[in-house]
Design a protein around this ligand. Structure first.
Ligand SMILES: [Zn+2]
Length: 262
């Protein structure tokens, strides 16, 4: 197996699966810590025995596209409500993470906690976030920090997840996470919503409104098209974010677009 080292500019242009440059070829993580990726090539390439010997990746222009979101939405007001890591006594990350200056997506998750353990309180929100960090950094996962960039509990409390996620979101960037199992997904902010929405067929209004607010703030700040609010299962085979929440994504995109237009 041969490895092709891709520059950050190439990855920047290929992120989001635009397929402009590598039609119907998907990139996925092989080893995210090493930034190694796997190209999934179509089976038809191999059917006639003419296996390509050379792959040319045309990264085209490295200039950023024009800003697409034109809004007066007050992202700062939303970000100011986000509970910072120090407030939930986050453990320090064990490595530093790539800063992505133009995330394409927002990736919606659930925490897979059918018991709604936070009880809708601020203290409960901090406790479950600390618990998720412990799980992600513990012996089962051994990640360098909590995988999600943001969390949203049943009481509508928004919390900062992965280190520097809030400060970078305010600047329009995303901190590379470990939440979507693909390069495309991990380079975009991941938002974990407390609950299991395959079991729970609804979401408390406070939580829904906070989700709309956070998505609008991220779209405005990071210049993400609300149409690019995706579910975890859009990136990899998983039940996340649960059937009910996944079915609400069209409504979420509409509500975020409305909020940005106000
Ligand atoms: Zn997920």
């Amino acid at each position: 197996m041969a490895w092709l080292k891709l520059t950050s500019e190439a990855l920047y242009l290929m992120k989001g699966g635009t397929n402009l440059f590598i039609d119907k070829v998907d990139l996925r993580d092989h080893n995210s810590e090493q930034e190694e990726l796997i190209l999934d090539v179509p089976r038809k390439w191999f059917q006639r025995g003419d296996i390509p010997k050379t792959m040319v990746i045309d990264v085209g222009s490295t200039e950023k596209p024009e800003k697409i979101i034109d809004t007066a939405f007050d992202s700062a007001a939303v970000f100011s409500k986000v509970v910072k890591r120090a407030d939930w006594q986050a453990a320090a990350p064990t490595s530093r993470f790539e800063i992505v200056d133009r995330p394409n997506f927002i990736v919606i998750h659930h925490t897979d906690d059918a018991n709604n353990s936070s009880n809708g309180t601020l203290e409960g929100a901090k406790t479950i976030t600390k618990g998720i960090q412990g799980f992600h950094m513990g012996s089962e996962r051994r990640w360098s920090d909590i995988g999600y960039n943001f969390l949203n509990t049943i009481g509508g409390t928004l919390l900062e997840g992965r280190s520097d996620s809030l400060a970078e979101a305010i600047k329009g960037n995303s901190v590379r996470g470990a939440h979507a199992a693909t390069d495309n997904g991990n380079r975009s902010p991941g938002v974990a919503n407390e609950g299991n929405f395959s079991v729970n067929k609804t979401m408390p209004n406070e939580q829904w409104e906070s989700l709309v607010d956070l998505c609008a703030a991220l779209c405005a700040s990071c210049d993400i098209d609300p149409a690019n609010i995706k579910g975890h299962r859009d990136f990899v085979s998983t039940t996340c974010p649960g059937d009910w929440l996944y079915q609400q994504l069209p409504r979420l995109r509409d509500r975020v677009a409305q909020r940005l237009a106000q």
